[in-house]
Design a protein around this ligand. Structure first.
Ligand code: ADP
Length: 158
C-alpha cells in the first residue's frame, strides 16, 4: 500500500526548514502532500494562492510531492487524501509542547493517522516564518532562509 503523508502548515512563507522536512519525508513516504492550511489565529502575509504557487513551483519536478490548500480540519484533509501519516517538524521544546497537544487531540479524533515528527537540522532551528515575514515587511533580504530556487519577489502581495 502506498504510504502517504500530509505535511500541514501555514507556510507563510515556505522556508528552508520546511523544504528540508519535505525532502526528508520523501525518504520515508511514497507521497508527501503539503497541506497549506488557513490558520485562523494568524493573519496571513501571503495569500493562500501565493503560498500554494510558491511550493508547487519549487517542487514541480518531483511528482511524489503534491500541494493543496485546505480550510477544514487537518484530520479531514488527511482522510480525504487517504493519508496514514501526518508529518511535522520540531525545532525547540516549545514546538514540542505545542505539537504534543495537537497530535494527541488529532490522535483522539482519528487514531488511524499517525503523527511523525522530525527533528530540524541544527542549521534550520532558528528559521521561522514569522521572523521571515517581519524582515520582508521592512524590505530586508531573506534569501538565506528560503529554498535556493524560491524567488519570493514573484509572490509578494501588491
Ligand atoms: P503552523 O502554523 O502549523 O505552525 P508553520 O508553517 O509555521 O505552520 O510550520 C509547519 C510545520 O513546519 C510545523 O511542523 C513546524 O514545526 C515546521 N517547521 C517550521 N519551521 C521549521 C524549520 N525551520 N525547520 C523544520 N521544521 C519547521
Amino acid at each position: 500500500m502506498e504510504r502517504i503523508a500530509v505535511f500541514p502548515g501555514s507556510f507563510d512563507p515556505f522556508t528552508l526548514g520546511h523544504e528540508s522536512i519535505v525532502l526528508r519525508g520523501l525518504k520515508l513516504f511514497d507521497r508527501v502532500i503539503v497541506g497549506v492550511g488557513s490558520n485562523d489565529s494568524k493573519q496571513p502575509f501571503f495569500s493562500p494562492e501565493a503560498r500554494v504557487a510558491m511550493i508547487r513551483d519549487l517542487f514541480q519536478d518531483e511528482p511524489r510531492i503534491d500541494v493543496q490548500y485546505y480550510t477544514d480540519l487537518t484530520i479531514d484533509f488527511c482522510r480525504r487524501n487517504k493519508a496514514q501519516y501526518m508529518l511535522r517538524g520540531l525545532r525547540t521544546t516549545s514546538d514540542f509542547e505545542y505539537e504534543r497537544v495537537v497530535a494527541q487531540v488529532n490522535q483522539a479524533m482519528l487514531p488511524e493517522v499517525e503523527s511523525v515528527f522530525m527533528l530540524t537540522f541544527p542549521e534550520h532551528t532558528a528559521i521561522n516564518s514569522t521572523v521571515v515575514r517581519k524582515v520582508l515587511r521592512y524590505g530586508g533580504d531573506v534569501s538565506k532562509f528560503l529554498p535556493a530556487r524560491l524567488n519570493i519577489q514573484r509572490y509578494m502581495p501588491r
